[in-house]
Design a protein around this ligand. Sequence first.
Ligand SMILES: *Cc1c(COP(=O)(O)O)cnc(C)c1O
Length: 405
Amino acid sequence: MTQGKGIPFVDLIAPHRELHTELMAAAESVLTSAMFIGGPIVEQFEREFAKFCDVDHCVGVSSGTDALRFALMAAGVVKDDIVITVGNTFAATVEAIVQAGARPYFVDIDPLTFNMSVDALRDFLRSECDALTSGQCPVHRGSGRTVRAVMPVHLYGQMCDMDGIMALAEEYNLLVFEDACQAHGSQYFSKRKNVWQRAGSVGRAAGFSFYPGKNLGACGEAGAVTTNDEQIAQRVRMIRDHGQVRKYQHQVEGYNGRLDALQAALLQVKLPHLEGWNSRRRELASEYNRLFSEIENIQTPHEPSWSRAVYHLYVVVCGDKRDELQRYLTDRNIGTGLHYPIPLHIQEAYSHLGSGPGSLPETERLAGKILSLPMYPQLESKQQQSVAEALLQFYAGQTVGSHVR
Ligand SMILES: *Cc1c(COP(=O)(O)O)cnc(C)c1O
């Protein structure tokens, strides 16, 4: 097998080659407009992304982390409130919670989808929180803190089981904030509402990231809050702009967290292509699934019938020889990633939260076995074939006995 220049894990340049003329024209229009922060291009992009997500409001901000943090603050999450989330996510989820003044509480993940387990969420609320007086949030017995919100993360581009999460949120008076930073365009079939729902449209508010490698990526830092709640949208507009209601009138302590016009202009060019890019990712994912169906040691991603995932990442579970396999692929110039190698609850930065090793068994079990393979719309079928061949060869060269789980 010849590798040529290898197969990168992600290709950030290819979409820019495809859209070169339009992107340059968009950049040019910003350079000559002198409207660099805010302005009509940002507002236009906000309207278009709101429509894409099937929500009333989108507020552009300077990153996905800011989007999540501002959404929490705007919805009234206050100091020492508990926000329930997962350990199997990027650190930004927890940074947003902590920097909004709240306390993250980790629950375990579902062993099939690797997203927040509805059972784990229910167990926590039922067995570790005090029954509520009506209209109030539950109180966590161990800490005496108010449980205010849940932040499910639609990891790898697949939405969480939102019906279960929303039902518990209603029962327990919790706000739901979707971390949709990996899930632009992902869909969930709600049995309760008998409708396909888009990521970012289900909870009270959601945060998106347009970090360059995301399914919709800027050429710098960018993010957005989506919501159907007009008051939250207005408050996020204020918070992202130094807490100003109008120039030099600061109603709350705010941040410098706006979306700039250059990023908005580039994103506006890319947005109409997102649906097509996502379908290509889905196609590649099912082809990977087919190619790996013969490899006993590889567990391919589970997509429930209620999900249409957008495969921000294509993550396989590969038994106990994960690191060897990764080295094998690296030696053959095939890029891979680990998402994420160390769950957040056992990171040094979060050791003070008191849920150390052993507290999230599924999350911890998974972390040592996952491997992310090359996945982007411009990945060629031929390249994908080479990735699969390399995996087949690796396992053909292994002695028997390294099974998944
Ligand atoms: C990328 C990402 C974020 C943060 O987005 P930034 O734009 O990098 O701040 C948050 N959560 C998840 C799950 C992400 O993947």
